[in-house]
Design a protein around this ligand. Structure first.
Ligand code: NAD
Length: 323
């Protein structure tokens, strides 16, 4: 039986990935500083451990794993990463990634995926909301708009150097705004789709929601199913892959995203744009390279994912109201 290790298994993408590994018949160890928030883990074994500690990283990789997915990170949406959490993000995630790279090297791990982010791309390239595609080779000269993005770029270099110098089979993937059920939806770390679904769910028909910025900033959003499919395809590919984007190319403004959610909710909702953290003006995946090297790229429309996310968030909101 193949063995997989998922670090960050208590988080959004990690818990979905564990489930997929189990469906594929793997034996899975999950590691996280906390257990999954929205249900029991599907992992065979779950270690609650702090990967900022070298010893915990060594314990995490203590079995002969065929595959390791390093997703653990101190992260959140723009309301978290753009609002004075730089020191903790840089400190925590750098330590986690350095410890994991070293532990995987020493343990002779088979294959590893490191989840980087679309936030690595330089802010100068993302001034125009209508022209914001990010091909992989545009990450340098480096100038991400947040230290979260800079840490991701640094940790990409850590895993790439361990691949070059020690033969670690590291695959690096830049995720672009993943969304879906079982992700954070309140508390300050939630991302735009979850935050907007929550606002719409909490607002009566005919009401108004607030959106940070002028709402013309654009992004693309990838539904969790396709993210997991992409990660599994990247893991299954031959070694020597270049760094790849994993995202949707369906660009949408934040105001239009809110309108789409209101439509799915079947509510008339007005938007009030207010000052607040909003990030770069535009950011969209460029899927030419992933299509070329894998012969596959995400295809599902945004609407497909929103139709699944909204009812889940609405149920959370209703449950909380009752409680
Ligand atoms: P998440 O916050 O839900 O999951 C990250 C997990 O890491 C959390 O469960 C957290 O408890 C865990 N963690 C944090 N510090 C830890 C520590 N010291 N030791 C052990 N575990 C620790 O985030 P996610 O959305 O599931 O993201 C997973 C990965 O993908 C992250 O590396 C993130 O930066 C990257 N990513 C996500 C997105 C997205 O849109 N969700 C976009 C780009 C990149």
């Amino acid at each position: 039986m193949k063995k997989a290790l998922v670090c960050g298994a208590g988080g959004f993408i990690g818990s979905h990935l564990v489930k997929r590994y189990k469906e594929e018949g793997y034996w899975v160890r999950g590691v996280d500083i906390k257990k999954p928030q929205f249900g029991p883990t599907h992992a065979d074994e779950f270690l609650v451990a702090d990967l900022r500690c070298k010893k915990s990283a060594e314990e995490a990789v203590s079995l002969p794993f065929d595959e390791v997915c390093q997703l653990a990170a101190n992260m959140g949406g723009v309301g978290f990463i753009a609002t004075n959490h730089d020191a903790e993000i840089l400190h925590d995630s750098t330590m986690i990634n350095l410890n994991m790279a070293e532990a995987c090297k020493n343990a002779g791990i088979g294959k590893l995926i490191y989840t980087s982010s679309a936030c690595v791309y330089p802010k100068e390239k993302q001034m125009n909301p209508q022209d914001s595609k990010c091909p992989e080779d545009s990450a340098y000269p480096a100038n991400p708009d947040t230290d979260y993005g800079l840490e991701k770029l640094f940790s990409e270099r850590v895993f790439a150097s361990y691949a070059r110098d020690y033969g670690l089979d590291a695959r690096i993937v830049r995720l672009h705004n993943i969304f879906g059920p079982q992700g954070t939806w309140r508390g300050g770390r939630e991302k735009a789709p979850a935050a907007l679904c929550r606002k719409v769910a909490e607002t009566p028909d005919g009401g108004t929601i607030e959106i940070w910025g002028n709402g013309q900033q654009t992004r693309s959003f990838l539904y969790i199913e396709e993210c997991i499919e992409g990660l599994r395809r990247i893991m299954a590919a031959n070694p020597g892959l270049p760094i790849l984007n994993l995202g949707s190319e369906e660009q949408i403004s934040i105001n239009d995203l809110a309108k789409l959610i209101a439509e799915v909710a079947n509510k008339r909702i007005a938007i009030r744009n207010i000052e607040g953290p909003e990030g770069v003006r535009g950011r969209n995946s460029d899927n030419a390279l992933i299509q070329k090297v894998l012969g596959w790229a995400p295809q599902k429309p945004l609407l497909y994912g929103i139709q699944k996310l909204y009812p889940w968030i609405e149920a959370q909101v209703n449950q909380q109201a009752k409680a």
